[in-house]
Design a protein around this ligand. Structure first.
Ligand code: HEC
Ligand code: HEC
Ligand code: HEC
Ligand code: HEC
Ligand code: HEC
Length: 195
C-alpha cells in the first residue's frame, strides 16, 4: 500500500501530537493549581464602591467599634450595613469631604440604602449566620482579617467549603447527636450549611 504521508511528515505529525498532549496536561495542571490558590477566590481584590470608605481611618485611626456600623452582627444572620444617617452623623457638618458624599445625600433623599459592593458574598445555596459564630467566640479577624488596617476592604480568607469545614471539624460540638452510640457533631452535616 502506498504510504499516505511521507516518513518525514509522519514524524512531524507525531511531534505535533506529543507537544499538543503535553500542553493540555500543563494547562490542566495550571488550572487546577489556580483553583486551589487565592486567585480563584478574589483574595485581596477591592470592589468598586460608591464612596471611597476606609476601615483603616474609621475602625483603625478613629477606633470606632465594628458594631457602630454593623449593628446586627451579634444578634442576626447578617452583620448589617450602616445607613446614610450613620455616616452623616459625623459628615454633615464636620469632616465634610464634599462631592464624595453625594451617594449619601441621594440615599437619604430617596430613603434607599447605600449600594455598597460586597467582597464576601457566598453562593445562594449556602447558609451562614453571624450571631452563632460571634456567640461561639469566633472573632471578626478569624474570617475577615485585620479589617481595621484596610484602606479598601478586601477578602482575607477564601470562605470556601473546605475552609469552613477545617474549623467545623475541630469546633466543639455545640449540639452533638448520638449516631450508633458515638457522638458526632452536627457542624459537618451538609444540611447545616446548605439549604
Ligand atoms: C464607620 C462605619 C464602619 C465601621 C466602624 C466598620 N465598618 Fe465595616 N463596612 C462599612 C462600610 C461602609 C462597608 C462597605 C464598604 C466597604 O466594603 O469598604 C463595610 C464593609 C465591611 C465588610 C465587607 C462586607 C462585604 O459584604 O464584603 C466587612 C467584612 C466589614 N466591613 C467588617 C468590619 C469590621 C470587622 C469592623 C471592625 C473592626 C468594621 N467593619 C467597622 C462601615 C464600617
Ligand atoms: C466564621 C466566620 C465569620 C466571622 C467570625 C465573622 N464573619 Fe462577617 N461574614 C462572613 C461570611 C461567610 C460572610 C458572607 C455572608 C453571606 O454571603 O451570606 C460575611 C459577611 C459580612 C458582612 C457583609 C454583610 C453580611 O452580613 O453579609 C459584614 C459587614 C461582616 N461580615 C462583618 C463582620 C463583623 C463586624 C464581624 C465580627 C463582629 C464578623 N463579620 C465576623 C464570615 C464571618
Ligand atoms: C464617628 C464619626 C464618623 C463616622 C460615623 C463616619 N466617619 Fe468618615 N471620617 C471621620 C473622620 C474623623 C475622618 C477623617 C477626616 C480627615 O482626616 O480629614 C473621616 C474620613 C472619611 C472619608 C475621607 C477618607 C479619605 O481617604 O480621606 C470618607 C470618604 C468617609 N469618612 C466616609 C464615611 C462613610 C461612608 C461613613 C459611613 C459608613 C463614615 N465616613 C462614617 C469620621 C466619621
Ligand atoms: C473558626 C471557626 C469557624 C469557621 C471558620 C466557620 N465556622 Fe461555622 N460555626 C463554628 C462554630 C463553633 C459553630 C457553633 C456555634 C453554636 O451553635 O454555638 C458554627 C456554626 C455554624 C452554623 C450553624 C448556625 C446556627 O444557626 O446554629 C452554620 C450554618 C455555619 N456555622 C456555617 C459556616 C460557614 C458557611 C462557614 C464558612 C463560610 C463557617 N461556618 C465557618 C465555627 C466556625
Ligand atoms: C461548614 C459549612 C459547609 C458544610 C458542612 C458543607 N458545605 Fe458545601 N459549601 C459550603 C460553602 C461555603 C460553599 C461555597 C464555596 C465553595 O464552593 O467552596 C459550598 C459549596 C458546595 C457545593 C458547590 C461546589 C461548587 O463548585 O460550586 C457543593 C456541591 C457542596 N457544597 C456540597 C456539600 C455536601 C454534599 C456537603 C456534605 C457532605 C457539604 N457541602 C457540606 C459550605 C459547607
Amino acid at each position: 500500500m502506498k504510504q499516505l504521508f511521507s516518513p518525514r511528515a509522519d514524524s512531524r505529525l507525531r511531534g505535533v501530537l506529543i507537544i499538543g498532549a503535553a500542553a493540555l496536561v500543563l494547562l490542566a495542571t495550571a488550572a487546577f493549581a489556580w483553583s486551589r490558590s487565592g486567585g480563584a477566590w478574589n483574595l485581596g481584590e477591592p470592589a468598586a464602591q460608591p464612596i471611597p470608605f476606609s476601615h483603616a481611618i474609621h475602625a483603625g485611626q478613629i477606633g470606632l467599634d465594628c458594631r457602630y456600623c454593623h449593628a446586627t452582627v451579634e444578634d442576626a444572620a447578617g452583620a448589617g450595613m450602616p445607613t446614610a444617617e450613620t455616616c452623616l452623623g459625623c459628615h454633615s457638618q464636620v469632616w465634610n469631604v464634599g462631592a464624595q458624599f453625594a451617594p449619601l445625600e441621594t440615599a437619604l433623599r430617596l430613603g434607599t440604602p447605600v449600594t455598597w459592593s460586597s467582597v464576601h458574598r457566598l453562593p445562594e445555596h449556602v447558609r451562614f449566620n453571624h450571631a452563632a459564630h460571634i456567640g461561639a467566640g469566633v472573632t471578626c479577624a478569624t474570617c475577615h482579617g485585620a479589617v481595621q488596617e484596610m484602606p479598601r476592604t478586601v477578602k482575607a480568607e477564601t470562605l470556601s467549603m473546605g475552609w469552613c469545614l477545617d474549623c467545623h471539624r475541630d469546633a466543639p460540638a455545640a449540639r452533638p447527636v448520638q449516631h450508633h452510640g458515638t457522638e458526632i457533631s452536627e457542624l459537618t452535616n451538609c444540611s447545616t450549611c446548605h439549604r
